[in-house]
Design a protein around this ligand. Structure first.
Ligand code: BES
Ligand code: MN
Ligand code: ZN
Length: 465
């Protein structure tokens, strides 16, 4: 979508004009004031559109209800603009102008809402979805904020595209190739031999059943005098069949999305040189596929992670934590202050929180709360799950230091406690379980079906702030 500026937003070349209505106040558009029904009071979520019948330079005007003016926030604007964009996305509408009549700094969330709603993954469809190709903003809006929102939206689109790609395209090698080609980022790829040399036995075991070789990806964004050094790790299971503990077809069907965390990290790394924060950021992905074959790792196998801890493989479908274990060990050796991992880790988290919120855990409540707060500011919800010893006790093994699964219940916390074994105490660590939020099987709010790019906005906000 091209972003254009207009000196006079009511006389741009756009097909449609979006205006706002605050509760019980008139809009800036006489046609709406005149013809909207009384029920259109300007409450949050309301929408009214009317054809201008040649009376205006635009063919249609859409008014969005924003509620009380003094209660308006980014979420209201983003969701309302998204709704309006959805409503007007038709074949004959190619351009939309947004002219909100408020002192609130609305451009950032308006752009985000428009970009999120305008997204469709139709690369492989002969008949493409209807979408907007031009978006007009009034000249004089805050350009820095607009540009920042543009970059964040671009990161999201990149992440959503990659997570939506079938597994036959988005292989570990493909992720490595994408990482190598990022501008302004230093990337090192470790192949199987080097992964073995580093002692990443847990990660290696997961990928050994696949015809696709594993790729350990380390990306670095290195500003001159960074204020802080952090690492972000994305779960990069390019396809999760479950392995020998194979998934039923109904659970396997969406498992191309099991690299959503990796896609999020790639999207963020791609935009860091543009956003230019003064923080050193390491992006880490232990990419592989979890497949059943004659060379697969087996239930009962004992593997050793990079920090020397041994793990009895209780279930080959609890593979994400095995790959993350080694990625966490690696990250903690970089001398960074903070580590965040993002992973489609447990069905249990999805059962607990649904698609409404992601799970979050960590070894430092202040740090976890900080990430929760950043999420709130950009419209991504995180809900903290407990990290109690009971969950860890369930993973005691008779033959190794631990098993990779606990009991059937409390699975999100168990996975968190498992990961904690591979994080050193000096590092502040947060774990984001996005199993329920990374990929939608039906549209939700401003999002269409499929990949959501969850985490991109929260983690970028955390990095930029
Ligand atoms: N990738 C899945 C988790 C998942 C489930 C993501 C549904 C998105 C939607 C993960 O690797 C997995 O299979 N987890 C198992 C763990 C179990 C075997 C302890 C699960 O949640 O069932
Ligand atoms: Mn699995
Ligand atoms: Zn998985």
């Amino acid at each position: 979508m091209d972003i254009k500026m207009s000196d006079d937003i009511k006389n741009s070349n756009a097909d449609v004009l979006i205006v706002n209505k605050f509760a019980d106040k008139p809009t800036s558009e006489d046609l709406v004031n005149k013809y909207a029904p009384e029920s259109f009071t300007g409450e949050k979520g309301q929408i009214f559109s009317i054809h201008t019948q040649g009376a205006k330079p635009y063919t249609k005007v859409v008014a969005i209800g924003l509620g009380d003016e003094d209660k308006v926030d980014n979420n209201v604007i983003r969701e309302s603009v998204a709704k309006a964009i959805r409503a007007v996305s038709k074949k004959d509408v190619k351009s939309v102008a947004i002219g909100l009549d408020t002192k609130y700094n609305w451009v950032g969330p308006a752009l985000m809402g428009a970009q999120i709603a305008n997204y469709h993954f139709d690369k492989y469809k002969t008949k493409k979805n209807d979408r907007i190709s031009e978006l007009y903003f009034p000249n004089g809006v805050d350009n820095d904020l607009l540009n920042r929102a543009k970059s964040i939206a671009e990161a999201m689109i990149f992440t959503r595209d990659l997570a939506n790609e079938p597994a036959s395209y988005a292989t570990p090698s493909k992720l490595a190739e994408i990482a190598m080609n990022l501008e302004g980022i230093e990337t090192k790829i470790f192949d199987k031999d080097e992964i073995e040399k580093m002692g990443m036995g847990a990660y290696l075991a997961v990928g050994q059943g696949s015809a696709q070789p594993p790729k350990f990806i380390h990306m670095k964004y290195l500003p001159q005098n960074p204020k802080k050094r952090i690492a972000i790790i994305g779960k990069g299971i390019c396809f999760d069949s479950g392995g020998l503990d194979i998934k039923p077809a109904s659970s396997m069907i969406t498992m191309k999305d099991d690299m959503s965390g990796a896609a999020c990290v790639l999207g963020i790394m791609k935009m860091l040189p543009v956003l230019n924060p003064n923080i050193e950021v390491h992006g880490i992905i232990a990419a592989c596929e979890n497949m059943p074959s004659g060379s697969s790792y087996k239930p009962g196998d004992i593997v050793k992670a990079m920090n020397g801890k041994t793990i009895e493989v209780d279930n080959t479908d609890a593979e994400g934590r095995l790959t993350l274990a080694d990625a966490l060990c690696y990250a903690c050796e970089l001398g960074v202050e903070e580590v965040v991992d993002i992973a489609t880790l447990t069905g249990a988290c999805m059962v607990a929180l649904g698609t409404a919120a992601s799970g979050i855990m960590g070894n430092n409540d202040d740090f976890v709360n900080h990430i929760i707060k950043k999420g709130k500011e950009v419209g991504e919800k995180f809900w903290q799950m407990p990290m109690w010893q009971e969950y860890r006790d369930n993973m005691d093994s008779d033959v190794a230091d631990m098993k990779n699964t606990g009991t059937r219940y409390g699975g999100a916390s168990a996975a968190g406690m498992f990961l904690k074994e591979f994080v050193t105490d000096e590092v502040k660590w947060a774990h984001l379980d996005v199993a329920g939020t990374a990929f939608l099987d039906k549209p939700l709010k401003e999002f269409s079906k499929g990949a959501t790019g969850v985490g991109v906005r929260t983690l970028l906000k955390y990095i930029i702030d």
